[in-house]
Write a protein that binds this ligand. Structure first.
Ligand code: SF4
Length: 182
């Protein structure tokens, strides 16, 4: 499983989590709120749907694995390589999903493990193969630095309307005036 040729590097000084990285890819304000333990309403419909999907999709081959800062949806062997699969509802936020999966792959590389990834969208019957290319690795490293700096900020970035807002569990928190005026 291990690859003696991969150079080991120390983990980043402040461990992040893959989940925060995924949120950062969607909305830095959401990542800040989550990172400061400001939990959204736990029964929000989309959060509940996401949990249900994670519990039911690929049930037969399911093997959830927890490592520091990571809870991998699926971890499989393919010959000598590991395959990490991330299961999502829809591919609309693919860039954020790619960042999260890239974070897993880089974290495994830091542990000396070679792995490739898959983004799985069971509702869309789509599976995308993902490699930790130099480009993806550079994007993940850049995002790690930006996320670390963001989390150190005393206040979150201001709320800005983006397409993801309509399905976000923080919507009422961010746009309370609009909700009250409605
Ligand atoms: S409602 Fe919009 S601005 Fe607020 S955290 Fe969610 S995605 Fe970000």
């Amino acid at each position: 499983m291990g690859d003696g040729d991969l150079p080991l590097e120390p983990p980043p000084e402040e461990p992040l989590t893959a989940t925060l990285m995924g949120y950062y890819g969607v909305c830095p304000r959401e990542a800040w709120l989550m990172g400061h333990a400001l939990e959204p309403y736990p029964d929000h419909e989309l959060l509940a749907l996401g949990r249900l999907l994670q519990e039911t999709a690929y049930r037969e081959e399911r093997k959830e694995v927890a490592l520091p800062g990571m809870r991998l949806d699926l971890l499989e062997r393919e010959g000598e390589a590991l395959v990490v699969a991330e299961v999502k509802r829809r591919s609309g936020q693919r860039e954020a999903h790619l960042l999260q999966l890239g974070y897993y792959l880089l974290a495994l590389k830091r542990l000396g493990l070679e792995a490739r990834g898959e983004l799985r969208y069971p509702e869309e019957r789509k599976v995308e193969r993902v490699e930790l290319t130099p480009d993806l690795e550079a994007r993940v490293r850049e995002a790690e630095e930006a996320l670390r700096a963001l989390l150190k900020a005393p206040t979150p970035p201001p709320a800005r309307r983006i397409p993801a807002c309509s399905g976000c569990a923080y919507f009422e928190f961010c746009f309370v005036e609009e909700v009250e005026d409605a």
